[in-house]
Design a protein around this ligand. Structure first.
Ligand SMILES: Cc1ncc(COP(=O)(O)O)c(C=O)c1O
Length: 476
């Protein structure tokens, strides 16, 4: 029983250090901390106790003192990116649908901090300009704006989609496109066109869990090809898979793969298309994040732009760039339009008319491009702020992705296997949603990983929540 452990001043400086953590998280590297004098005054303690609190945070490596200038937030240099999983040619039936549903239900509540689902915050949705387009359509389209819109969907919209794709280097006619209910339904259609129950398809590892859900629903097996954190799918590994077994298609997100944010270089895209041709198979490209490059000049040309022989089916939507509630996506079904139309009649009968017309109006007036010009730099700086906050709040040994686009971070944690689900539960008890890593694989390879959504502007609430998650990781 030493005197020191019962000294209330000791507990006080620890409590103050904890209270300051959200402030540290909310600041950027190089930002100045509040002054000692202010902290002492706010907490009603002496300058010496305030300084002891600062020294405590400094010893955790989060801040540094500069002579005669005060305390500043430290950048954590050289945080490594997550490691690639091992290669495999094993085909497995995924079983993630129940866990994904649990995740999505948990993030519906407004009081839960939304670090789980990959969504933009309401302030980043193009609310005003879209509302004007919706109102204009309601005024001008009359009853025709409320009739059935049979597949392939609204022609004014398909004209605008063809224009967008041409700008990205894919020459298509409006008649080659099919309007869908979001990107998810485009992916489902693509898979239904190319696969039969029991077939194997290739996915990136890790990959968006929605692809695994689709494969599960269609009774498909998946072969997971490792994804590099910077360049995406490992094409040597893919080549081995294609050389050793028959796969119905390759599901690929070349631009800003969810959850890694990787960008497949152009040379890899060309090689991938050549592999498809050589092995007589197809790709379904998910380009939902293609418009969200962090560097403005870098709107990648889709894989589809390299496709000369109808090997790539292209899927996209406006859910990540404009507004997820629109539920407007599209599919370029390559040479399978006829069957795609039949399937689409069966699956949805028709797609919603008012949102399609409003979106066509919005695109025609340049609203989408204006919105993207504002959104892209915001998203890029948001991701940087979240990443900095994770660097500071999470224990040493944490590995963090360096996304080149999109708005999610992928973390490999210094925690035992199976920690992701425990962490998810502990976070939810504290009203924080995170996405557990194991749903990004059919093999549950990523149970020491989590995905963090950075789509909501970073503020003190987010910084505090990341502080809590980081502390929970420390205790795992
Ligand atoms: C990579 C990827 N593809 C598709 C989707 C689903 O898109 P939508 O909401 O347009 O159906 C998502 C949503 O998170 C996604 O991250």
């Amino acid at each position: 029983m030493t005197q020191a452990t019962t000294d209330p001043a000791e507990f006080r400086f620890i409590a103050i250090a904890r209270a300051l953590e959200p402030i540290v998280s909310a600041l950027r590297p190089g930002d100045r901390m509040p002054s000692l004098r202010r902290v002492a005054r706010d907490h009603g303690v002496s300058l010496a106790t305030a300084e002891a609190a600062f020294r405590r945070i400094e010893s955790d490596g989060l801040i540094e003192s500069r002579p005669r200038s005060g305390f500043f937030v430290r950048a954590r240099a050289g945080v490594p990116v997550p490691r690639m999983p091992r290669r495999t040619t094993l085909a497995l039936r995924p079983s993630v649908a129940e866990r994904v549903r649990a995740l999505l239900e948990s993030v519906r509540h407004p009081e839960v901090v939304p670090l789980g689902g990959a969504t933009l915050g309401p302030s980043l949705v193009a609310h005003e300009s879209l509302s004007r387009s919706l109102a204009r359509v309601a005024r001008t389209a009359g009853a025709a704006g409320l009739t059935y819109e049979a597949p392939p969907g609204s022609l004014p919209l398909r004209r605008q989609l063809a224009r967008l794709m041409a700008e990205h280097g894919v020459a298509v006619a409006p008649d080659e496109l099919l309007v869908t209910v979001g990107c998810m339904q485009a992916l489902q259609l693509g898979l239904a066109l190319l696969c039969r129950p029991g077939d194997a398809v290739v996915v990136e590892s890790p990959c968006y869990y929605g692809l695994l859900q689709c494969a599960e629903a269609l009774d498909l097996k998946v072969v997971e090809v490792p994804a590099h954190p910077t360049t995406g799918m490992d094409l040597d590994a893919l080549e081995t898979v294609l050389a050793t077994q028959r796969v119905a298609c390759v599901l690929v997100t070349p631009s800003f793969l969810n959850p890694l944010g990787a960008l497949m270089p152009d040379a890899h895209r060309k090689r991938l298309v050549a592999l498809l041709e050589r092995h007589d198979t197809y790709a379904i490209e998910d380009d939902i994040y293609g418009d969200l490059a962090h560097e403005r000049a870098l709107r990648p040309r889709p894989l589809k732009a390299h496709d000369r022989h109808g090997r790539v089916l292209y899927c996209a939507s406006f859910s990540k760039s404009l507004a997820p509630g629109l539920r407007v996506g599209w599919l370029h079904p390559a040479g399978f339009m006829d069957r795609a139309l039949t399937l689409q009649f069966t699956q949805v009968l028709a797609t919603p008319t008012p949102t399609a017309l409003a979106l066509a109006d919005h695109l025609e007036r340049g609203g989408f491009e204006r919105h993207l010009r504002r959104l892209r730099p915001l998203v890029a700086s948001q991701v940087t702020r979240y990443r900095d906050a994770v660097c500071r709040a999470f224990p040493d040994g944490t590995r963090i992705s360096e996304p080149q686009g999109g708005f999610v971070l992928w973390l490999e944690l210094p925690a035992p296997p199976g920690s992701d689900v425990t962490l998810q539960r502990l976070c939810l008890e504290r009203k924080i949603a995170i996405a557990p890593g194991s749903i990004f694989s059919a093999r549950e390879r990523f149970s020491q990983h989590i995905r963090i959504n950075c789509g909501v502007p970073f503020d003190e609430r987010m910084g505090r929540a990341l502080g809590v998650v980081g502390e929970l990781v420390r205790r795992l």
